[in-house]
Design a protein around this ligand. Structure first.
Ligand SMILES: NC(=O)c1ccc[n+]([C@@H]2O[C@H](COP(=O)([O-])OP(=O)(O)OC[C@H]3O[C@@H](n4cnc5c(N)ncnc54)[C@H](OP(=O)(O)O)[C@@H]3O)[C@@H](O)[C@H]2O)c1
Length: 287
């Protein structure tokens, strides 16, 4: 596994994106497009395909594959994993030996994608998170068959969106999905819980939420910019027998197990989605 970027933003002239079909461009693919566009990436050769036809700012948006034009260099699968069974046969008709299939579908494995898109130049799995919209995302990349030119192209594209981790196996990618892909939802719940606790002690609800949000943001920023160990940050806050020590005495025994169970549950669900997608052509899967 190698980390190829920790900061956001390319220097110099705008990047011309390869021709990409965003098949499905909802919360996640939309966040990626937003991040790229805010960095000045030029999507003049790309198109979003979504049944609702809801326009994606900066992208030509169409409702059907037939309206999309010439087959793309990158076919980005941005719909829900459960739709793969229905959509893959139609999509495969547009895949040539010069098309890389790039999937953000949680769980669905390279082997399954390769079986469904046998003509593809390469199959790449990407596991991003929604903070890509502000170019502070975390993205895992994995491919078994991308050549160096494609890897470089994808690395350059995704590093614009934040931290990019090139995985050496799919298990790493799955873990990044469970920790970072889902992570913004966990962190949002933590912020909310902190805010509710402040509210319960008498703070105005909106003020309490702002305080909780800024506390999490400030701590993350402090850790990221100083490189301080978490223990070091705790040491800087906790004084012996003080208020933080009293709070941590409650939190510390329970938090690691709770978070561990949370990530385990997400990983189990990822494995279920992978199994369901794997079974696409088998008699059991069709049942
Ligand atoms: N959300 C995350 O934080 C996150 C993180 C990592 C990975 N992912 C992965 O990203 C994928 C999308 O998740 P999401 O949260 O972005 O879901 P979402 O907001 O519901 O977006 C799904 C997209 O699929 C489109 N779609 C539905 N039917 C389609 C069809 N027949 N042909 C083409 N497109 C179709 C929808 O079109 P309309 O817009 O027209 O309805 C929508 O744009 C999932 O596979 C998920 O595992 C999500």
């Amino acid at each position: 596994m190698s980390v190829v970027n920790v900061t956001a933003g390319p220097a110099g002239s705008p990047v011309l994106a390869p021709s990409i079909w965003f098949v499905g461009c909802g919360n996640m693919a939309g966040a990626m497009v937003e991040g790229w566009r805010s960095a000045g990436v030029d999507f003049s050769q790309s198109v979003a395909i979504r049944p609702s036809g809801t326009p994606v700012p900066g992208l030509r948006t169409v409702q059907t594959l037939g309206e999309a034009g010439r087959p793309p260099e990158l076919l980005l699968l941005g719909f829900k994993p459960q739709m793969l069974r229905e959509l893959a046969p139609g999509l495969a008709n547009w895949v040539t030996s010069r098309t890389a299939v790039v999937s953000i579908l949680a769980g669905v494995e390279v082997a399954t994608l390769r079986e469904l898109f046998p003509r593809a130049q390469a199959v790449v799995r990407v596991m991003p998170n929604v903070a890509c919209a502000i170019r502070r995302g975390v993205t895992g990349l994995y491919s078994a068959d991308a050549d160096e030119a494609l890897r470089t192209r994808l690395r350059q594209l995704f590093m614009i969106l934040g931290l990019t981790v090139e995985c050496t196996n799919e298990a790493e990618l799955a873990t990044i999905g469970s920790v970072a892909g889902a992570g913004p939802a966990y962190v949002a719940r933590f912020i909310e819980a902190l805010a509710r606790a402040g509210e319960a002690r008498g703070l105005d609800p909106q003020l309490s939420l702002t305080i909780a949000r800024e506390t999490v943001f400030g701590t993350g920023w402090l850790a990221a910019t100083t490189g301080a160990e978490m223990d070091e940050i705790v040491r800087r806050v906790r004084s012996p027998n003080g208020t933080t020590a009293a709070g941590l005495a409650v939190l510390e025994p329970e938090l690691p197990a709770l978070v561990g169970r949370t990530i385990d549950a997400a990983a189990r669900r990822g494995a279920e989605l992978a199994a369901a997608a794997r079974a696409i052509d088998s008699p059991e899967g069709a049942a």
